[in-house]
Write a protein that binds this ligand. Structure first.
Ligand code: AMP
Length: 278
């Protein structure tokens, strides 16, 4: 497993790796959710690279950029046995040189849900992913369904800007009680950790009535809200039953629906989603 910090070093390594290349972009603090993307990438590509970069531009001024968990030594140790070819850990200065002023904005898809509660978040995400794609030149890039709107934004960007990259979406990895794995779960104390299963429980409540035939968007959203209302530690930011591509809220589900929600538990903001089809 080779490592690179600078873009020239990364490019030197990359040009030596012939055949198809899969990229797994991450912000580090790796857990089994991140690691589950790697076997998929290795199975589908001749070579695999992982980027680790806590991207400052996707955090708002009152968000957790400073305290976001970072442990590069541990991340490298976790990646080493998996068969990854290269790990790239760029510096903020190399990706955002002095005078930086060029941004990628995916307009409509970035607006609702996460975009409404985290202004500028997807501008940061789209810009950094475009830069990672430009630097690495992957054939495929692997993302988690956990961040469903991120997937929609990146897919739209790839189509709109003609990136020659196939976006592969991998299922959400969960703890045994249903909590979606997330680097932010380390912020939770014991009581908050117990409460955090409310996201999975709320999604499951909506899925239950969906499986029984409910297709009314209002009722699906209500089922999530009612579950969260029973948790005193939980504060809901949004619940949504939306079209998985446009992310527009649905009155009536036709064939597919993305159920998603964001909930604050203490100081920690968690998101999760289920993608349901007929
Ligand atoms: P992050 O480091 O949070 O930016 O995540 C890096 C990649 O891992 C993104 O594509 C995420 O969607 C994905 N990911 C994060 N958590 C999970 C999870 N629990 N299951 C599957 N993929 C995940």
């Amino acid at each position: 497993m080779q490592t690179a910090i600078s873009i020239p070093d990364l490019r030197r390594i990359r040009t030596q790796l012939k055949g198809t290349f899969g990229l797994v972009p991450t912000m580090g603090a790796l857990h089994d959710g991140h690691l589950s993307l790697i076997p998929r990438a290795l199975a589908e590509c001749d070579h695999v690279g992982v980027s680790i970069f806590v991207n400052p531009t996707q955090f708002g001024p009152n968000e957790d950029f400073e305290r976001y968990p970072r442990d590069l030594a541990r991340d490298l140790k976790l990646l080493e046995p998996l068969g990854v070819d290269v790990v790239w850990t760029p510096t903020p200065e190399s990706l955002y040189p002095a005078g930086f002023q060029t941004w990628v904005t995916v307009e409509e898809t970035s607006r609702p849900l996460e975009g409404e509660h985290r202004p500028g978040h997807f501008r940061g995400v789209a810009t950094v992913v475009a830069k990672l794609f430009n630097a690495v030149g992957p054939d495929r890039a692997y993302f988690g369904q956990k961040d469903a709107q991120q997937v929609a934004v990146i897919k739209r960007m790839v189509r709109d800007l003609n990136f020659p990259v196939e976006i592969v979406v991998c299922p959400t990895k969960r703890e045994s009680d249903g909590l979606a794995m997330s680097s932010r779960n380390v912020y939770l104390n014991q009581a908050e950790r117990q409460c955090a299963t409310v996201l999975f429980r709320a999604l499951s409540a909506a899925k239950k009535i969906y499986d029984q035939g409910e297709r009314n968007g209002v009722r699906l959203r209500e089922a999530m809200l009612m579950t969260i209302a029973h948790e005193p530690l939980a504060r809901v930011e949004y619940v949504s039953a939306a079209d998985p591509d446009s992310l527009g809220e649905l009155d009536k589900v036709e064939d597919r629906v993305l159920l998603s929600l964001a909930v604050r538990i203490g100081r920690t903001r968690l998101i999760d989603n289920f993608l349901l089809s007929q």
